[in-house]
Design a protein around this ligand. Structure first.
Ligand code: PRT
Ligand code: ZN
Length: 292
């Protein structure tokens, strides 16, 4: 019987959520003593716990069929290996959001990215940074660093940096200003481009169908409200990602109850707009499981 192996980050920003998403797909594991290999109990998918940087190469080298890693790392490895098509991004996972941005010292006057021609740019993402800058016609001198990139301008070893940013606190603490966002990243499930056995593919398709259900449920909300009958059309338009809501009469009232699964994020602004159309008793509930 075929099994699949999925590599996830052992410890770091992506570890907890990677595991949580696999568990949400109904997977559970018998943990080995050395804790680096977990055997899948209810579904034939095993987990390898490794450093995130190793995940793309492990997939490409056939050590595992799948991996959960930031798009930033996957893109870097693909560009470094010179073939953008080898890794197959199967599904973005909606966590681990960050951006790769160019930052310069606060006091540096700079108006255009073209001013960075021949500038020394420190980064842990040399291939991705070079690729994204060259796409904009800028040829930088890359200073490759494996960590603490943000201190390079202060030390005089670089003029600017290209680094991951989420809140921007690290940049501010180092007197750097974010100058241009080059790339947006989040965690994603990757596989190899179509060279697995038919049996493994069947297994993968099952896993992906479950994952799709989990992701859709996470992105969806069940909305219930009361509204004047004549506002139905307007209200349906205002519900994000809804075409056919369920409609129920309300005993002894000319108002109706509307129930719908919103496939897109429901913001406060949506609720305010619904209220302005006469909706009341608006409830927004999470969706636990979903199978289309
Ligand atoms: O040990 P291992 O190699 O597995 O882990 P690691 O230390 O290389 O990676 P880790 O756990 O730090 O990050 C894993 C992945 O999380 C990255 O590859 C990104 O895809 C994603 N991610 C999301 C981030 C950030 N947000 C982030 N903010 N990775 C790094 N950072 C850094 C950033 O570079 C900055 O130096 O965190 C610092 C704080 O950011 P601010 O802007 O919030 O101050
Ligand atoms: Zn790493």
């Amino acid at each position: 019987m075929s099994r699949l192996r999925v590599a996830i980050q052992k410890s770091g920003r992506l570890s907890e959520k990677s595991l949580e998403i696999l568990k949400s797909c109904g997977l559970s594991f018998a943990r080995s003593k050395d804790k680096l290999f977990w055997y899948g109990r209810d579904f034939p998918v095993d987990v390898l716990l490794v450093r995130d940087d190793d995940i793309p190469r492990m997939i490409l080298d056939g050590v595992c069929e799948l991996g959960i890693v930031g798009e930033n790392i996957a893109s870097e490895v693909m560009l470094e290996r010179g073939s953008e098509s080898e890794l197959n991004r199967l599904r973005k996972l909606g966590f681990g959001h960050c951006r790769l941005s160019l930052a310069v010292p606060e006091k540096m006057a700079i108006n255009s990215i073209t001013e960075l021609e021949n500038a020394r740019i420190a980064t842990s993402y040399p291939a991705l940074t070079r690729y994204l800058l060259e796409k904009q016609g800028v040829k930088p001198e890359i200073v490759e660093l494996s960590g603490s990139v943000e201190i390079a301008p202060g030390l005089g070893t670089a003029d600017a940096i290209s680094d991951l940013v989420s809140t921007g606190t690290t940049l501010r603490a180092n007197h750097l200003k974010e100058f241009e966002e080059l790339y947006q990243s989040q965690a994603a499930l990757y596989g190899r481009a179509n060279d697995i056995s038919e049996e493994k593919q069947t297994l993968l398709d099952r896993l992906l169908a479950r994952l799709e259900g989990v992701m859709q449920a996470r992105e969806s909300k069940y909305v219930m409200l009361h509204a004047p009958r004549e506002a139905l059309e307007k209200i349906t338009e205002l519900l994000p990602g809804v075409e056919h809501p369920s409609i129920m009469p309300l005993e002894g009232s000319d108002r109706i109850a509307i129930h719908a699964v919103c496939g897109e994020t429901v913001f406060w602004e949506h609720l305010e707009a619904l209220k302005a159309e006469g909706a009341s008793a608006i409830l927004v509930l999470p969706v636990e499981k979903m199978l289309a």
